[in-house]
Design a protein around this ligand. Structure first.
Ligand code: ADP
Length: 558
């Protein structure tokens, strides 16, 4: 296909014509090689699958399929390539959007916020484990290292180290950390367990954070040998500003790994009644803060576990969201021993240590009438979430949880994720708020509460049919209302899909939007041309603030 034919169906970013975009791509092809600059046709977008994720757009599109779409996919091979891309982007005022693997499913995948941005696919060629250190239990990785890839490399080298994986193990360790994702071992806070970054700034300069700023020519990295050991270095600590942000492209990151604890036991506690959520959460809080619950546990609605086991039509033929009676019926029939809520946790350490923790945990939860206690050995493996969690809670990257997206035909996921205190009243309020909106708009409430040290991540797992335009519009309207419902009740989201970024950023508006003013001040200082991921997390550079109104959620075609 000729170059001009390639450009014809390409999404034009703001401020560009086909000619100006073509000039940018010509220089990028000369820099990276033509094979590493793929021009995207909006006429042939393919949603592909989790196993082969598209880098061009959001496969779980809640807006139109071709709204949040790239103009090109760029594949750098080194930090120097990334620097050169950034410099060309400045020269041509080309918006770029970094992605590591692009499996950020339910939050937008690899798709850019601004239609027509060039996606920088860092994972394609920058995917090496640069260092793996068993005695000090850390890794230094490039963006394309997946949880599964890191796990396999550790196994290959026979090291007694664990990875902490989220529910699905195919995403990148680095991308998930930058989006402040969580996993389920004692190292579940991914940002909290990273150590040291290398970042290409929007002007093309490269910085190393923490001890990485101290040169040491005797080390293979050229930085001090404490880069992955001590996160803070000297002076202002910047790592946080490179997460959920548009202030740089991270090209290397250190990650702490958990030493094999020498023993492990996953468990499930099943609660029979919907109302048991309240007392369960009240019991969880002191146990978690005291460290008796050693990992990041979760308490999941029956609908989530049923959805992993099969499509909705296996439980009801009405074609409508499951009723409470249908859920009770499905739970009663299930061989997996789940309840209306099921709590998944694990014990870590030698048997004697585990026994002490288990006695405390079992004793505490036994106060809830009807609670039942299970180890994987008591539950048949077929369709059993406990068996999947048995792997996840010891850091084994798996893909099985993807099944719940098949709950409805052409199932697509959208995560809505407000934060609340760990209290029964708040969990009830969160649940009611989400469930009432789901009932009103005709969706199943599917959810899980992931327990951090002192807060609940309530993850509402909305599943919708991406081929049904009416259903998508309905879902999006519901989500807009839920953001406001939550903000009115004092809850804010910890992370979001692209389509809600502006609205959610707008809710964090204490003291006349002081936080956004700071974000914009930083943005304009670091990125005066506004080329780096404009609009990410609702932060728009000066050059886009006038067009912002036209690229806000739902009307991104301009
Ligand atoms: P995953 O690797 O889990 O598939 P993504 O690659 O989709 O995750 O990235 C998750 C989020 O982090 C996205 O918002 C993306 O823009 C951002 N991101 C990913 N990699 C980088 C990077 N190397 N530098 C800056 N931001 C990144």
């Amino acid at each position: 296909m000729s170059f001009s034919a390639e450009l014809k169906n390409c999404a034009l970013p703001p401020h560009h014509t086909q000619d100006t975009l073509g000039a940018a791509f010509t220089e990028l092809r000369a820099l990276l090689g033509p094979e590493n600059v793929e021009i995207v046709s909006t006429a042939s977008l393919d949603d592909k699958s989790y196993y082969d994720p598209p880098k061009t757009h959001d496969p779980f599109h809640i807006l139109g399929q071709d709204e949040l779409v790239a103009s090109a996919v760029l594949r750098p091979g080194s930090t120097e390539d990334v620097q050169a891309i950034v410099k060309l982007a400045n020269k041509h005022r080309l918006p770029i959007w970094p992605t590591s693997i692009g499996r950020n499913f339910g939050y937008g995948g690899a798709a850019p916020r601004v239609r027509g941005s060039a996606v920088v696919d860092l994972g394609a060629r920058m995917n090496k484990v640069l260092d793996l250190n068993e005695p000090n239990a850390f890794a230094l990785i490039e963006p394309g290292v997946t949880f599964l890839g890191l796990y396999e490399e550790i196994q290959r080298r026979g090291m007694k180290l664990w990875v902490d994986s989220p529910d699905l193990g195919g995403g990148s360790v680095l991308g998930n950390t930058l989006d402040r994702g969580v996993g389920y071992t004692p190292y579940g806070d991914h940002f909290g367990t990273h150590c040291g970054m290398e970042v290409v700034l929007p002007n093309g300069e490269v910085v190393r954070t923490g001890m990485g700023a101290l040169p040491d020519k005797n080390q293979p990295t050229g930085s001090a040998n404490t880069w992955q050991l001590f996160p803070y270095g000297f002076g202002p600590f910047h790592d946080g500003i490179f997460t959920q942000s548009n202030y740089g492209i991270v090209t290397k990151m250190g990650v702490w790994l958990m030493p094999d604890p020498g023993g492990y036991q996953a468990f499930m506690i099943s609660f029979q009644k919907d109302e048991d959520l309240h007392p369960a959460i009240e019991i969880i809080r002191p146990l978690r803060i005291a460290g008796i619950l050693q990992n990041t546990p979760s308490i999941r609605s029956a609908t989530l576990d049923l959805a992993v086991g099969g499509p909705r039509k296996d439980y009801s033929l009405t074609g409508k969201p499951l009723t409470s009676a249908e859920i009770d019926n499905a739970v009663a029939k299930s061989t997996t021993k789940i309840g209306r809520w099921s709590f998944y946790g694990a014990l870590y350490g030698p048997e004697a240590v585990r026994d002490v923790f288990w006695a405390a945990i079992k004793g505490a939860f036994s106060k809830i009438p009807g609670a039942t206690f299970h180890f994987p050995s008591d539950v048949p493996p077929e369709k059993s979430v406990l068996h999947i969690r048995e792997g996840t809670l010891r850091g084994l990257p798996t893909f099985t949880e993807l099944e719940w997206t098949n709950f409805v035909p052409n199932g697509s996921a959208f995560f809505f994720s407000p934060i609340s205190p760990v209290s029964g009243d708040h969990a009830d309020r969160q649940y009611k708020l989400a469930k009432d909106r789901c009932d009103e708009f005709g969706f199943d409430y599917i959810g899980t509460f992931t327990v951090g040290m002192r807060e609940l991540h309530h993850i509402v797992c909305l599943v919708f049919d991406r081929t049904n335009e009416e259903e998508k519009k309905r879902a999006y309207k519901m989500l807009n209302l839920m953001v406001q419902d939550c903000a009115d009740a004092g809850y804010g989201e910890y992370r979001t899909h692209l389509a809600l970024m502006d609205q959610i950023a707008g809710t964090y508006n204490w003291n006349d939007n002081a936080l956004m003013k700071l974000n914009e001040t930083l943005k304009d200082a670091l990125d005066p041309n506004g080329i780096m991921a404009p609009g990410k997390s609702g932060v728009w550079p000066q050059a886009y603030r006038e067009v912002k109104k036209r690229v806000v959620s739902g009307t991104s075609k301009i």
